[in-house]
Design a protein around this ligand. Structure first.
Ligand SMILES: Nc1ncnc2c1ncn2[C@@H]1O[C@H](COP(=O)(O)OP(=O)(O)O)[C@@H](O)[C@H]1O
Ligand SMILES: [Mg+2]
Length: 225
């Protein structure tokens, strides 16, 4: 279970997140929805330690947790980024085995065996030797999911998992997320897509844009978020 309490985050003097509270229960899916610029990605970046919160508490299974403790975060929280962030110079297999070998110190053969199992589960069994540029958007996303799962996280987070996908692929990713839920995975899904959130989530948290004028500017600049 992940709990976030009284999270506050500003950029300069602009308050982006004010007193955000959330709980992701074990084996459940919490979806965070809200308009572009509301601070959804910032919230996810605070939880995953990529951004420093101004104040607030993070708890995993009731224990205080420091998202900025890099190695600890890598083991506990997996992230599937909006643009997937695959390493372009590494093969699919290397993308998936890098962190397990470097951070978890698994030997290469074990890491590759586990990666192979994940690739099989995600319908990517023949893609291990390919490079990211040789994959479709949906395949890249599944590699990013496999890479996150290879670290055996307690919680898997996604930032806008449907934003780059057509409707058929959206159903596919919903299937993957619900399949992982069946396996017991705890998941946090950030999305601006209310329909998608409704399809997958046990619980929905709505975040509002605090800075309205800026939000309008951002909506024009950044329609897809
Ligand atoms: N590193 C940053 N520095 C300054 N402002 C930022 C930074 N990151 C995000 N913001 C601003 O914070 C607000 C929330 O952004 P974001 O979390 O990306 O929203 P969402 O994901 O809901 O669209 C936006 O106004 C954005 O411009
Ligand atoms: Mg975002």
């Amino acid at each position: 279970m992940l709990e976030v309490k009284n999270l506050k985050k500003s950029f300069g003097n602009r308050v982006i997140l004010d007193n955000v509270n959330l709980t992701v229960k074990d084996g459940e899916i919490l979806s965070i929805v809200g308009p572009s610029g509301a601070g959804k990605t910032t919230l996810l970046r605070c939880i995953t330690g990529l951004e420093t919160a101004d104040s607030g508490q993070f708890l995993i299974d009731g224990q205080a947790f420091d998202p900025q403790g890099n190695e600890e975060t890598d083991r506990v929280i997996g992230v599937v980024f909006q643009d997937y962030n695959l390493f372009p110079n590494l093969s699919v297999m290397e993308n998936i085995t890098l962190a397990p070998t470097m951070v978890l110190k698994k030997d290469k053969a074990t890491a590759e065996k586990e990666a192979k199992e994940l690739l099989d589960e995600l319908g990517l069994d023949d893609k291990g030797s390919l490079y990211p540029y040789q994959l479709s958007g949906g395949q890249k996303q599944r590699v990013a999911i496999a890479r996150a799962l290879a670290m055996k996280p307690k919680i898997l987070c996604y930032d806008e998992p449907t934003s780059a996908l057509d409707p058929t692929m959206r159903k596919e990713v919903a299937k993957i997320i619900l399949g992982l839920k069946k396996d017991g995975m705890t998941q946090l899904v950030v999305t601006h897509d209310f329909t998608f959130a409704d399809t997958i989530a046990d619980d929905i948290l709505k975040v509002k844009a605090l800075d309205k004028s800026l939000n309008q500017v951002q909506d024009v600049e950044n329609q897809e978020n």
